[in-house]
Design a protein around this ligand. Structure first.
Ligand SMILES: NC(=O)C1=CN([C@@H]2O[C@H](COP(=O)(O)OP(=O)(O)OC[C@H]3O[C@@H](n4cnc5c(N)ncnc54)[C@H](O)[C@@H]3O)[C@@H](O)[C@H]2O)C=CC1
Ligand SMILES: NCC(=O)COP(=O)(O)O
Length: 326
């Protein structure tokens, strides 16, 4: 089994190229090792020492001296900070190629550089983000689950890349049960937690305050929790969302199931954006990414922090070890 990781190019006009070079400098002597699927010229322009290789097997002998690259040609020239939808095909092809390498066990997992959802959408890409695209590439659309993790917190949004109004309509007991079952299994298989402690957030202020500030806790969340508890899970809540992320509260759980995207991602990114990692759970392959986006506002300035990408590479490697053991 390979321990090499595949790193996708992300949007080449974002900070992906420079954080890739920064991550390689941080890891070239200690690993984990990775092979980039992208345009070699963009990495060279970002200051990287690059070697184009023909297959993953060649990457091992290269990584200490240069960034190994499986070349993926771009359709249009790149100006940092100015994305071009003409490159959407190359960006998504890089993701699909990484997935195929993981499915063939040529790499232990994939790590994705940030993409811009709107840039891809303008080119007709039908998915809201990597998470949903990966579900489709792995032939299990709708079964993927997003988790963000940093050393102090893990959060799983039950509803993900949808408008807040639509998230409220989509939130039902089945969605909570599905996301929690996947999270529970993944924390055991990929993170080595034997009995994951799961905290469930309420939706409304004060978790509904006994039904006086909303009834979703009573009608949706508690019934879902009863099903999950009957399956043997260590599950508590629904907790008032405004106090469940304090240090004392966080010490009592391993993961917070959140009812919508920003309920979980705001506390996580505020606590530790540099070490935050985005993980897709429930897939047959391992996938992580930095928690941040393309950062077009600073692309090419040389100021982008590669820490989150380094953390994502390390987490993917650790997950692969756990998954092999289990
Ligand atoms: N996994 C992915 O592919 C993700 C993609 N995105 C996409 O990224 C695009 C931009 O999203 P934003 O909301 O602006 O978030 P963003 O994370 O790209 O940027 C937010 C702020 O943080 C700064 N920042 C981000 N990463 C940084 C780093 N490594 N070092 C230093 N500063 C950094 C940026 O300069 C900006 O001021 C959107 O199109 C969004 O869809 C956002 C999150 C994840
Ligand atoms: N806010 C998290 C995020 O946008 C992650 O998106 P993706 O990994 O699904 O592309």
């Amino acid at each position: 089994m390979s321990d090499m990781l595949a790193l996708t190019m992300g949007d080449p006009a974002g900070i992906g190229p420079e954080i890739t070079v920064g991550a390689w400098r941080a890891l070239q002597h200690g690993g984990p090792s990775f092979v980039v699927i992208g345009d070699p010229g963009i990495l060279t322009r970002a200051g990287g020492t690059v070697r184009v290789i023909g297959d993953v097997a060649a990457a091992r002998g290269v990584f200490a001296d240069a960034i190994p690259v499986l070349s993926q040609a771009l359709a249009a020239p790149v100006t940092p900070g100015h994305p071009d939808s003409a490159n959407a095909g190359a960006i998504t092809a890089s993701i699909a190629r990484a997935v195929r390498l993981a499915q063939a066990d040529e790499v232990a997992g994939i790590v994705t550089n940030p993409i811009s959802k709107v840039v891809l959408r303008r080119a007709g890409f039908p998915h809201p983000g990597h998470t949903e695209y990966l579900g489709e590439l792995c032939d299990m659309p709708g079964r993927e689950v997003m988790m963000l993790a940093c050393p102090h917190l893990r959060v799983v949004p039950v509803t993900v890349h949808v408008a807040l109004r639509r998230a409220l309509d989509e939130l039902d007991a089945a969605a909570i049960i599905r996301a929690t079952r996947t999270t529970h299994a993944a924390l055991r298989q990929d993170f080595g937690l034997v009995v994951p402690r799961i905290a469930v957030a309420g939706l409304n202020p004060h978790a509904g305050e006994g039904g006086t500030m909303g009834t979703e806790e009573r009608d949706i969340i508690i019934p879902a929790m009863e099903v999950l508890r009957a399956e043997g899970m260590d599950i508590t809540g629904p907790w008032p969302p405004d106090t469940m992320f304090t240090p004392a509260a966080r010490a009592r759980y391993d993961v917070a199931m959140c009812m919508y995207h920003d309920q979980g991602l705001i506390p996580l990114k505020t606590l530790d954006m540099a070490q935050g990692v985005n993980v897709t759970l429930g897939l047959p392959i391992i996938r992580t990414s930095p928690d941040h986006g393309t950062a077009f506002d600073i692309a090419g300035h040389g100021t982008a922090d590669p820490s989150s990408l380094v953390a994502a590479l390390r987490m993917a490697a650790e997950m692969a070890v756990h998954r092999n053991r289990s």
